[in-house]
Ligand binder design. Sequence first.
Ligand SMILES: Cc1cc2nc3c(=O)[nH]c(=O)nc-3n(C[C@H](O)[C@H](O)[C@H](O)COP(=O)(O)OP(=O)(O)OC[C@H]3O[C@@H](n4cnc5c(N)ncnc54)[C@H](O)[C@@H]3O)c2cc1C
Ligand code: FES
Length: 250
Amino acid sequence: MREVTATILENVRIAENIYSLTFATEEEIEVRPGQFCMVGVQNFPLRRPIAVCKAEGERITVCYQLKGAGTRALAENYKQGEKLSVLLPLGNGFYVKDEEKRVALVGGGVGIFPLISAIRAYAGKKEVYSYMGFKNRAAYCLPYELQRSDRLVVATDDGSMGFHGTSVQAFMAEIDDVKPDVVLSCGPAPMLRALKKATAGRNIPTFVSLEERMGCGIGACLVCVCEKTDGAHARVCKDGPVFDINEVNL
Ligand SMILES: Cc1cc2nc3c(=O)[nH]c(=O)nc-3n(C[C@H](O)[C@H](O)[C@H](O)COP(=O)(O)OP(=O)(O)OC[C@H]3O[C@@H](n4cnc5c(N)ncnc54)[C@H](O)[C@@H]3O)c2cc1C
Ligand code: FES
């Protein structure tokens, strides 16, 4: 993990309430799919955790949804050429075994963004089946990244685009045809719970990336602690954010 002062290359709106922020670090930083960074926003004591979508040498791209004061300040006050303080890379990220050839990705809301890094890592090397859920057509973004998948199903809550329903429902409609070797997922807790329930008993290794509230992002403050199914506790920032779906209470 490093603390870097990055230079903003671009910070632009790409869909309703969604921004893409690309910054350059002084040297190349290796980032695994599913890892995240903590972005410093002036006048906010706590950095904001945001998944890395793309890491190309010194260029890193993250995408963020406007949620509260921190992400709004990030969108409004940070322009091209300005400096940004970032901690990265953080967390464990996704691991896919060599023998796992068919990878299903199930994402919803801002959970799509860490899965973009998985598409970039595995497209062309594995068969990638992506099921991505958006609120509506206006929230749909990053088509060129998503279309690197061998199969892409876009789901919308209101049916304004693609499959009418959730990404979990879209995935379950095809699971018997796809027969994935492994499932990687990220999204709000109710979505992950629905995935766990729907895939129970199928014995498909399934990994979920959790979005807990965070303080430090580096394992020191315990704000992000989650409960494991064996009764132990884990720090989402340091021990995760990616866990086996059966390892954590969702
Ligand atoms: C590992 C990880 C990766 C994430 N990746 C992305 C991403 O790629 N794109 C994206 O849009 N969002 C992502 N989030 C959620 C994002 O961190 C929050 O939306 C953001 O911190 C909200 O900040 P705010 O100041 O706008 O909102 P506020 O609600 O004003 O934030 C208040 C405090 O709560 C924390 N907080 C609020 N919501 C969340 C949340 N869902 N998760 C964690 N902390 C939260 C903030 O960091 C801040 O400290 C991720 C969260 C985690 C834990
Ligand atoms: S956010 Fe501080 S320990 Fe995880």
